[in-house]
Design a protein around this ligand. Structure first.
Ligand code: ADP
Ligand code: ZN
Length: 293
């Protein structure tokens, strides 16, 4: 089976071809432009590739409600030109094959459950900490959409006592994304995160905010695994800091050996590394083919 996969990011698109084993056989990448010229490139890439389904993990927000007349569209994104773009419709017009469509982070968590760090588990939460902060949720064996879809980057946070940074979120100021995204780190400290030394106080502060969100999601959803990806999480020293802070926040309350004794295997980087997004899109395409949607 040959399946097309699209990881639609705000800055770049990655398109690939894969099979049902999760192997990515070929890929290309190009900058994200206005919707039509961008999708034209994707269509041209897939045109002669003999694909039987397509999976898309996209930046959002998206309409994922299959009963809605605007299903498959990008909704209120600040990204110029994309609001109201009919992503699924455009692909369907060019390729009358089953199309799986979800958020980039739901795609990533799905890929991790199929082939990565959460392989075989029926619940997992995936955070990406990059230009924005996004959360993909897999629970009871299903991707979670709910009313719209999870937007866990925008939970409110308790401010670090030494932090007077006002936050970068245009909607909420000091929400999780406003305080912990890559741009928030850059704005707070005046340099990009990758230029800060490993022992800089920025990382304790970063762990403080991320651990708040994780402690919240652990008590709220009781995930069996928490995966942290995205550019900022290339700072590997964050992992021990976050685990320690989460344990401190929970204070022994969640009585699971996974948390109390095995934290190193509970809060982890993506097993698929930077391929989590494209592999996840591939997984969505395979699922769409199996459901013939
Ligand atoms: P995107 O979110 O656009 O898909 P990324 O996940 O790579 O892409 O996130 C980009 C953000 O992550 C930028 O703000 C960048 O400064 C930050 N970032 C990328 N690499 C690192 C790194 N090694 N250390 C700290 N921050 C990083
Ligand atoms: Zn926000």
């Amino acid at each position: 089976m040959r399946v097309g996969a699209i990881e639609a990011g705000g800055t770049k698109f990655i398109c690939g071809i894969g099979n049902e084993k999760g192997e990515v056989l070929d890929r290309i990448s190009f900058p994200t432009d206005l919707p039509e010229p961008t999708l034209e490139q994707a269509v041209a890439y897939f045109r002669d590739k003999d694909i039987e389904a397509i999976g898309v993990g996209s930046f959002g927000p998206l309409d994922l409600d299959r009963s809605s007349v605007t299903y498959g569209q990008v909704t209120t994104t600040p990204k110029p030109g994309w609001t109201g773009f009919d992503f699924v419709g455009y692909l369907k017009q060019n390729f009358p094959v089953p199309i799986g469509f979800d958020t980039d982070v739901n795609a990533a968590v799905f890929g991790e459950v199929k082939w990565g760090a959460a392989n075989g588990l029926d619940s997992c939460v995936y955070y990406t900490i990059g230009t924005g902060v996004g959360v993909g949720v897999y629970a009871e064996g299903n991707l979670v959409h709910g009313l719209v879809h999870p937007e866990g980057g925008h939970v409110l946070t308790r401010r670090h006592p030494k932090d007077d940074f006002k936050g970068t979120c245009p909607f909420h100021g000091d929400c999780l994304e406003g305080m912990s995204s890559g741009p928030a780190i850059e704005k707070r400290w005046g340099v990009k995160g990758n230029e800060l030394p490993d022992d800089h106080e920025a990382w304790d502060m970063e762990a403080y905010y991320l651990a708040q969100a994780l402690s919240g999601v652990i008590v709220l959803l009781s995930p069996k695994k928490v995966i942290l990806g995205g550019g900022v999480m290339h700072q590997k020293q964050l992992f021990p800091l976050i685990r320690k802070q989460v344990l401190q926040n929970l204070n022994g309350y969640v009585a699971s050996p996974a948390i109390l004794d095995d934290m190193d295997n509970y809060i982890v980087p993506p097993g698929l590394g930077d391929n989590a997004g494209l592999s996840g899109a591939l997984a969505l395409g395979i699922e769409a083919a199996s459901l013939a949607i």
